[in-house]
Ligand binder design. Structure first.
Ligand code: FAD
Ligand code: EPU
Length: 349
């Protein structure tokens, strides 16, 4: 277990903001995780497990122990008509997708190039280009931080939803995901439900062709965090009522929406874009000029620049469309998880 004190977390999260933590631990085994959580010296300190830090914003210095998941290992077995993968939580997701294709294992190609660890994928049920983690998940295993037992949940027990799971709700802060089990049909069935894939489907005849096409689309739209700091989509796509959708549609006929459980999902990127906010900048934080749903660190942004810009965007959308945006990015204050709403409620008091 590698331990360092007073660490600048800039290399450990993709927003690339200078922000320190008191202690940073790199855990390569489950025993390391247990040691970090049971260490008497750190007993009173808040703790936070991180994968690649590609969905987080530190709103201030973290006065606690950040534990980086470095659990590695993967196994493959074939049974009946399925390929089963067991992947340790610290494996890099985009590398895993490429590796499976190199091994001749199809099924993960739509989820190419999503930054992060395999063990983080279930948390918000990562999704892109018509596929979500829930579609390929067999089970998730976690370390229960109270009993220190390893517990396995079936995909169904994970209660996956759009950018949601049991790990963001009942099990929040109580577990560390140590491994995931994936179940992929041996007989490849391409998924072309996402429009831009469907229109190219005659050309996309192999898993690798789909992989490359998804990578091309992503590279053309999304900023590379190794070049420009960001955490992907900053907000979730909101789900509004049918009545609300009909009202907005009457006013803005080019607003698209699609039916989901509980209402109609509309594109937050479209709403932000139509507020004229592409390229809008506060300090070093900017609404990405190509993809309005992404906030980028263009010029040594501080956490506060990102917060001010996110608040501005949220209110511009609320004022124009009456639609409340909820951030997808997870916020952490000095000691615990927080949110845009909590931070600004405190500021306005
Ligand atoms: P982190 O950011 O390190 O952690 C995220 C949260 O999970 C934190 O609350 C953390 O405490 C918790 N956590 C991390 N590991 C564990 C663990 N082992 N056990 C328990 N809790 C844990 N997401 C999508 O769904 N679809 C996309 O298409 C997509 N595109 C993106 C593109 C870019 C350029 C970027 C920067 C991000 C994108 N994201 C996307 C968001 C991000 O890739 C995913 O949320 C990813 O799963 C985060 O993984 P991570 O390892 O970086 O998690
Ligand atoms: N749009 C605009 N202007 C913009 C951005 C988008 O008008 O600046 C419109 C597009 O034209 C399109 C619609 O909004 O009609 C949706 O855009 P896009 O297909 O780019 O997807 P998205 O809704 O912005 C979601 C996910 C992404 C995922 C892609 C592909 C969320 C919050 N985001 O983005 O996930 O990669 O679909 O499936 O659901 C992430 O979660 O971090 C992430 C990047």
């Amino acid at each position: 277990m590698n331990v360092n004190n007073n660490v600048n977390m800039k290399p450990f999260h993709t927003f690339g903001i200078d922000v320190p933590c008191d202690v940073l631990v790199e855990a390569a085994t489950v025993d390391d995780l247990i040691s970090a959580y049971r260490c008497p010296e750190w007993q009173e300190l808040p703790k936070l497990v991180l994968g690649k830090g590609s969905n987080v914003l530190f709103t201030e210095p973290f006065h606690g122990v950040v534990v980086i998941n470095k659990l590695l290992g993967k196994t493959v077995t074939t049974r009946d008509d399925f390929i089963y993968l067991t992947i340790a939580g610290g494996e890099d997701w985009p590398s895993l997708v490429e590796w499976t294709l190199e091994q001749g294992i199809p099924g993960l190609e739509n989820l190419a190039l999503i930054p992060g660890c395999a063990g983080s994928a279930p948390i918000q049920n990562i999704g892109a280009y018509g596929v979500e983690f829930k579609d390929i998940c067999d089970y998730v295993e976690y370390l229960d931080l109270e009993s220190l037992d390893i517990i396995r949940l079936s995909a169904q027990e994970c209660l996956f939803g759009y950018r949601d799971s049991i790990f963001k709700n009942d099990l929040l802060g109580k577990v560390i995901i140590t491994s995931i089990g994936l179940k992929l049909p041996s007989n490849w069935q391409p998924n072309f439900t996402y429009g831009p894939l469907k229109s190219e489907k005659d050309l996309l005849t192999t898993p690798y062709a789909v992989f490359e096409h998804v990578c091309d689309i992503r590279r053309s739209k999304l900023p590379d965090p190794n070049v420009t700091g960001n955490a992907g989509s900053f907000f979730k796509n909101p789900v509004i009522t049918h009545e609300n959708y009909m009202e907005l549609q009457a006013l803005y006929p080019d607003l698209n929406g699609f039916e989901v459980e509980g209402g109609v999902k509309i594109a937050a990127g479209w709403l932000i874009d139509r507020c004229g906010l592409k390229g809008h900048q506060i300090g070093g934080a900017q609404v990405h000029p190509q993809q309005a749903l992404v906030i980028v660190n263009v010029d040594n942004a501080t956490s506060n620049d990102v917060l001010e810009l996110a608040w501005y965007v949220k209110h511009a959308v609320l004022d124009k469309y009456g639609v409340e945006l909820e951030h997808e990015v997870r916020f952490f204050s000095a000691t615990q998880e927080t949110s845009l709403e909590i931070i600004f409620a405190d500021r306005f008091q």
